[in-house]
Design a protein around this ligand. Structure first.
Ligand SMILES: [Zn+2]
Length: 246
């Protein structure tokens, strides 16, 4: 499975039978093959009312919604450096700012876990805990964490969205559709993952990996303002679809 983010916390699944049992139950409820996420959910089109051709589309559905925008990493934690001109932390912050503007224009209230180059919660805090705490005290309607990916295979390109809960799955499916349509990136699917920020946030949550900083062409694109704005537009479209079809 592709490397996502060096600092994301994950469980060692095999070490905890109860967790494994719960994951199998979740997998069963979601109708997916297993908890590893390797096969993921290759066909988001099968995933309930937020998929298919008869989707409602109403940007007005964002009005009054509280949305947590979480640009990954920051400060001493650059995220993936990759082969592009900018580290992940800078690329995703720019996307976060663009997304905030779009959402606020549509009448949503946006809470950013960081709005500059710093680690949420301060230099001595656990930055993942801080992100979750910011989200959970906000009583938000959705949480979107924004990242750039990395893989040993420098030829690999494309966008992936991760979720943990069934609600997160619905959100993630809409985000993935919006992102791949706008970026025209390869659709690597909507995948289950046991990431700390997805597991511990109290609202529908998804983590988007917009593209690969290990690929020369995608790394260059991900650092350009035009591509960052497209990425934000894709996430925005995904949120419109998600809230229009609740
Ligand atoms: Zn990351």
């Amino acid at each position: 499975m592709s490397h996502v983010c060096p600092k994301e916390k994950t469980f060692i699944l095999q070490s905890n039978a109860l967790v494994t049992l719960l994951l199998l139950l979740l997998s069963f409820l979601l109708g997916i093959g297993g908890p590893e996420g390797g096969a993921g959910l290759p066909n988001p089109e099968e995933l309930g009312p937020a998929a298919g051709e008869n989707l409602r589309w109403d940007p007005g559905s964002l009005k009054g919604k509280v949305i947590v925008v979480d640009p990954g990493h920051g400060g001493d934690n650059p995220g993936t450096r990759g082969v592009g001109p900018q580290p992940e932390k800078d690329n995703v912050l720019a996307v976060g700012w663009d997304l905030k503007s779009m959402l606020e224009y549509a009448g949503a209230k946006v809470i950013m876990t960081r709005d500059g180059d710093y680690s949420p919660g301060g230099p001595n805090a656990d930055q993942l805990e801080a992100r979750v705490r910011i989200a959970n005290v906000s009583a938000a309607d959705a949480y979107v964490s924004i990242h750039n990916d990395w893989n040993d295979n420098a030829y690999l390109t494309g966008s992936t969205t991760y979720f943990f809960s069934p609600d997160g799955h619905r959100l993630g499916a809409s985000l993935q559709r919006g992102i791949t349509k706008e970026l025209k990136s390869k659709d690597l699917g909507v995948r289950w993952a046991n990431y700390y920020v997805l597991r511990n946030t109290a609202m529908p949550a998804a983590l988007v990996e917009l593209g690969f900083l290990s690929n020369t062409q995608e790394a260059r694109l991900l650092s350009t303002r035009s591509y960052q704005t497209k990425a934000a537009t894709g996430i925005y479209h995904g949120l419109v679809e998600y809230f229009s079809n609740l």
